[in-house]
Design a protein around this ligand. Structure first.
Ligand code: XUL
Ligand code: CO
Length: 437
């Protein structure tokens, strides 16, 4: 047990009436909703990078957080202190899962062999912690974007040595993820994109990105990793043009590579909004293509144009995404990872708890609302009815493979087809949705 979180109690469910800031008001892990416990449905994960590693930087200022494991000195000693603190935090907040990047948990050495040694030393300790605590790994991933070697991309770098370096990192991280029982392995592009076409061979870069994805999938099968491989779309940041812009772009890329049955998507709220969509659009696109793997749950700020990665705080922002997720059977092997950071003025240990308690409660509240929305069946039925003519004669005629454009042309004339516009009833539906919030 580390000192850092020692004053904070284990967080328990106390219900809506509770005024205890260190208690859940809605997240009751054993409560049954839509046939399963909240814990089984929501599959929350704490992320290592924002919660324990991020020091509170912004573009105009440096570190604001003063965690004991952020002191200068022996980096491996700090990594172990961070590991102890992380597992104390997990066991108090009780997200059943966590996620990490290789560089969140252990420092680089003076060459890759030393980096690898550091990494597997911490993985050994982490394995022990997992066995002792019952915590589970939702996913592992490699950080191939922070170090300056990756400034021009990782697998899309003009230099094959950089590609090889990333491949070495990913191999180790996949091995570690499998050893720790990880249920998924995530690939966020990081700097897989470009700043200016003046120095960029897009054909070569995207072919190399495809090669990298093939290598990952082949290695998954070689080692017998049973987890899902997930690509995480993001439109901008760090590079101006990212090759993995949104769900549709990623799926088109995967289909061209012939990998659509091997790789699914990890969809993130603030990435959706940065791409000019909302979260529900990105989730609906993924679910309607059977490509949803997992989600990174957070939020942006409508007044700030970058990836603020705040904790979710409004069921209205999540309800339709949850509707698509739970209408389609839930998250499966995926989960809800709080890829979210507290504000840089929230400098105390307890602020980390307030953030996660709030996020978990908001998701629980949204899940309860979605159960009602699905059971009342007003909105789902409205959508079904709106398209019901597709099940009738004309719809079937259009979809018949023997029907041609000329046949449809003839039918319009023969049957004197004159479509009557019908209301989309948006405001009526918005009023209904409001009842659940
Ligand atoms: C970056 C982001 C990453 C990925 C993992 O915006 O979301 O934290 O989730 O590399
Ligand atoms: Co993310």
């Amino acid at each position: 047990m580390t000192e850092y979180f020692s004053k904070i109690p284990e967080i328990k469910f106390e219900g809506e009436e509770s005024t205890n800031p260190f208690a859940f008001k809605f997240y009751d892990e054993s409560k049954k909703v839509l046939g399963k416990s909240m814990k089984e449905h929501l599959r929350f994960a704490t992320c290592y990078w924002h919660t324990f590693t991020w020091p509170g930087l912004d573009p105009f200022g440096g570190q604001t957080f003063d965690r004991p494991w952020m002191q200068a000195g022996d980096e491996m000693k700090m990594a172990k202190m961070k590991l102890d603190a992380a597992f104390d935090f997990f066991t108090k907040i009780k997200t059943p899962f966590f996620c990490f990047h290789d560089r969140d948990i252990s420092p680089e050495g003076s060459n890759y062999a030393e980096t690898q040694k550091n990494f597997f030393h911490i993985i050994d300790l982490m394995e022990q912690k997992i066995n002792d605590s019952g915590m589970k790994l939702l996913w592992g991933t490699a950080n191939a974007f922070s170090h300056k070697r990756y400034m021009s991309g990782a697998s899309t770098n003009p230099d094959p040595e950089v590609f090889a370096y990333k491949a070495a990192q990913v191999k180790d991280c996949m091995d570690a993820t499998m050893r720790l029982g990880g249920q998924n392995y995530v690939l966020w592009g990081g700097r897989e994109g470009y700043e200016t076409i003046l120095n960029t061979d897009m054909t070569k870069e995207t072919a190399n990105l495809q090669r990298f994805l093939e290598l990952v999938v082949n290695y998954k099968h070689k080692i017998g990793f049973k987890g899902q491989i997930l690509l995480e779309p993001k439109p901008h940041e760090p590079t101006k043009h990212q090759y993995d812009f949104d769900s549709a772009t990623c799926l088109a890329f995967l289909r061209k590579a012939g990998l659509e049955n091997e790789i699914k998507l990890n969809v993130e709220v603030n990435h959706a909004t940065l791409s000019g969509h909302n979260f529900e659009h990105e989730i609906a696109y993924a679910t309607s293509n059977s490509a949803l793997g997992s989600i990174d749950i957070n939020r942006g700020d409508t007044l700030i144009g970058w990836d603020t990665d705040q904790f979710p705080n409004n069921p209205a922002d999540l309800i339709m995404s949850f509707y698509f997720i739970f209408k389609n059977g839930g998250l499966g092997q995926g989960g809800m990872n709080f890829d979210a950071k507290i504000r840089r003025q929230s400098i105390d240990a307890e602020d980390l708890f307030h953030a996660h308690i709030g996020g978990m409660d908001v998701c629980a509240k949204t899940l309860i609302a979605v159960e009602k929305l699905l059971n009342d069946n007003v909105i789902p039925k409205f959508i079904e009815d709106r398209y019901e003519d597709w099940n009738k004669n004309l719809g079937q005629f259009i979809h018949n493979k023997d029907t041609g454009l000329d046949d449809i042309n003839k039918k319009v004339i023969d049957d004197n087809i004159e479509p009557e516009p019908r209301s989309g009833r948006q405001e009526y539906l918005e009023n209904i949705l409001n009842k659940y919030l």
